[in-house]
Design a protein around this ligand. Structure first.
Ligand code: SF4
Ligand code: SF4
Length: 339
């Protein structure tokens, strides 16, 4: 019998190196990992990724444009049938657009988290917004689809309308909005983390801008679930980490999802092949063997629990210490307020 799970969607931290020290970075990135994969290992990994049935892979970081071989990786992936995307902070994008055009990479997401002032404050760099926007314009001029990924916190909650209008002016092709959770450097800024009760305000905003259809707007995995607001293209069916999603750190360490913290590291491709690790029935247990009894107090009596399984594992774990107890739930919060 063939193995029941396949890493169709992969996030690959090509390097942990980053030119920024963002206040909310969950990794937290800055210096590269001690023993990051070399080019030969990266290309072999591309082949293994394709062989395992991956469809879409996002080159991430750190800052992937600081990886010396991001272009060779993108080319190899596409040659093997995997669609490469990239998430970047955009600082080095403008000067890399021609290089990008020499690869099959035709879609990039930029992390923009506010108007110029707020974004630069979060990034701790005075030029970060302007440079990302210049890069976005040049990339679009060259036919690359450009989107924005924004993390919502108390730092930018009041600026969502302004961000929307700025992003429409750039312009961009898509906008993904998710909430900032308490990981990495954000643990030093706990006052800025949203409360679950703030979620309906974000959802209401998303419903409004989705209806305008100026750009494609979607909610990230941790802004759920089963909301009365129209924020999702399809109903939430549980976290896919380790089932249909895989994360790879820059030294070859695997996790069910790249955003999961170190507690969820499963093995390293330097020790065994990617297939051996993925198909090991003793690994990636987080979502492969769900038992409703594992659910914590926020979720155990919920009528959606069998489908939802406590939503985003990262957000739940970073908030409660249990991947199966998630207070960041629109469904739960909305039930407590009149419609
Ligand atoms: S209460 Fe928990 S199980 Fe129910 S919808 Fe919310 S996150 Fe999912
Ligand atoms: S942990 Fe969260 S972000 Fe990662 S796959 Fe699961 S729902 Fe998505």
């Amino acid at each position: 019998m063939s193995f029941p799970f396949k890493p169709k969607i992969i996030g690959w931290e090509t390097t942990k190196r980053c030119n920024f020290q963002c206040l909310h970075c969950g990794t937290p990135a800055g210096a590269p990992r001690e023993n990051e994969l070399n080019l030969e290992e990266c290309l072999s990994l591309c082949d293994q990724i394709a062989e395992l049935g991956c469809e879409v892979l996002t080159l991430s970081g750190g800052e992937p444009l600081m990886h010396p071989h991001w272009d060779k990786i993108a080319i190899r992936l596409k040659e093997k049938g995997v669609e490469p995307y990239m998430i970047s902070n955009g600082y080095y994008l403008e000067e890399n657009v021609d290089r990008m055009c020499s690869t099959p990479l035709r879609r990039i997401g930029l992390s923009l988290d506010g108007n110029a002032r707020i974004h630069n404050e979060i990034r701790q760099n005075p030029e970060s917004y302007e440079r990302a926007v210049r890069g976005a314009k040049r990339a679009r001029d060259k036919g690359i689809k450009v989107g924005v990924v924004s993390h919502v916190s108390r730092m930018n909650l009041d600026s969502l309308d302004e961000m929307y209008s700025l992003f429409c002016q750039i312009p961009i092709d898509f906008w993904q909005v998710q909430i900032t959770f308490m990981a990495g450097r954000m643990k030093e800024h706990t006052d800025s983390v949203l409360a679950p009760e703030d979620l309906p305000r974000v959802a209401q905003f998303l419903e409004k801008v989705r209806a305008e259809k100026k750009i494609m707007v979607c909610a990230g995995d941790n802004l759920g679930y089963y909301s009365r607001y129209d924020i999702a293209d399809k109903p939430w069916k549980g976290c896919h980490a380790g089932r249909w999603v895989l994360g790879i750190e820059s030294d070859g360490t695997l996790k069910g999802c790249l955003s999961l913290p170190g507690e969820f590291r499963e093995g390293n491709i330097r020790q065994k092949s990617l297939r051996e690790l993925w198909e090991d029935r003793n690994l990636f247990k987080l979502n492969r063997y769900f038992e409703p009894e594992d659910l914590g107090p926020h979720c155990r009596d919920c009528e959606k629990k069998l489908d939802c399984r406590a939503g985003c594992k990262v957000t739940a774990f970073c908030t409660t210490g249990s991947a199966f107890d998630n207070p960041y739930c629109l469904y739960r919060v909305e039930k407590s307020i009149p419609s």
